[in-house]
Write a protein that binds this ligand. Structure first.
Ligand code: CO8
Length: 258
């Protein structure tokens, strides 16, 4: 289906979803949130898609939630609508990996969206920040929670309380992003990473994602047990047999997601 605020292309098993509200630096409004949820749901359900890349433009991944839309809202409306709760829920429910490819402004809800992805590849032009504090509000799509887990309390507090921006180098040093590349190479790098993931057995990819995400929700002992059980379960798959046979026979594995 045609979307108004995002574009979706599927190429070689990778769904590339781009935020597309250039007039507002891709600010997240309710329409965009709804369309993004739908696109993620559809990509997750589409057998042709094995990995998802979420991106914006060269100027902005997204400059936050749409202040023009939010400014007039009252408590009863944001509470009643559970504003943006659906986005967090949809990211949590998506089983295929989501790679964020970000450039330019990655602010507020945009930064939170990037952090909801499985990992972030950043252009050297990326600027990360949680400037909600300047608007008399706080982060509301996970910024106070996920940033602490990504970079630790000191920087997370600094960003949440001062609203200062972090450049791509600082973000990489702090562990917020996995790679920084020249802006011109961003999409090539992100699509390349997604293609690499798409080549693997989807069963082991989804299991690895589930296991890493469990580490945020549980104790180390429980997480290690969860991982071991998933690891054991891999031996019930044909892809484990194929992956190991291919290694021993010195050939490329042909995974069939079975
Ligand atoms: N919302 C709406 N419109 C925006 C936004 C935004 N967040 N950001 C930029 N725009 C619009 C501008 O209004 C402008 O449009 P117009 O010309 O019609 O006024 C256009 O995009 C271009 O922006 P600028 O002219 O400001 O471009 P600059 O290059 O001068 O500045 C900045 C770029 C620094 C990014 C600047 O636009 C800015 O500070 N933007 C706002 C950043 C911000 O405060 N983000 C946080 C928003 S709040 C939020 O994200 C909350 C998330 C959690 C909600 C959870 C609810 C439960």
């Amino acid at each position: 289906m045609a979307f108004e605020t995002i574009t979706v292309e599927i190429e070689d098993h990778v769904a590339l979803i781009r935020l597309d509200r250039p007039e507002a630096l891709n600010a997240l409004n309710r329409e965009l949130a709804g369309e993004l949820c739908q696109a993620l749901r559809e990509a997750d359900a589409n057998d042709k898609v094995r990995c998802i890349v979420l991106s914006g433009s060269e100027k902005a991944f997204a400059a936050g939630a749409d202040v023009k839309e939010m400014a007039r809202l009252r408590y009863v409306e944001v509470f009643g609508d559970n504003l943006f709760a659906g986005l967090n829920d949809q990211f949590a429910a998506t089983r295929k990996p989501i790679v964020a490819a970000v450039a330019g402004y990655v602010l507020g809800g945009g930064c939170e969206l990037a952090m909801a992805c499985d990992f972030i590849i950043a252009a050297d032009t990326a600027k990360f920040g949680l400037p909600e504090i300047n608007l008399g509000i706080i982060a509301g799509i996970g910024g106070t929670q996920r940033l602490v887990r990504a970079v630790g309390k000191a920087k997370a507090m600094d960003m949440n309380l001062t609203g200062r921006f972090m450049n791509a180098d600082e973000a990489e040093r702090a562990g917020l992003v996995s790679r920084v590349v020249p802006a011109k190479k961003l999409m090539e790098e992100a699509m390349g990473a997604a293609q690499k993931i798409a080549e693997k057995s989807q069963i082991s990819v989804m299991a690895a994602k589930e296991a890493v995400n469990r580490s945020f929700e549980t104790t180390l002992a429980e997480g290690i047990l969860f991982e071991r059980r998933l690891f054991h379960s891999m031996f019930a798959t044909e892809d484990q047999k194929e992956g190991m046979a291919a290694f021993l026979e010195k050939r490329q594995a042909q995974f069939r997601d079975k």
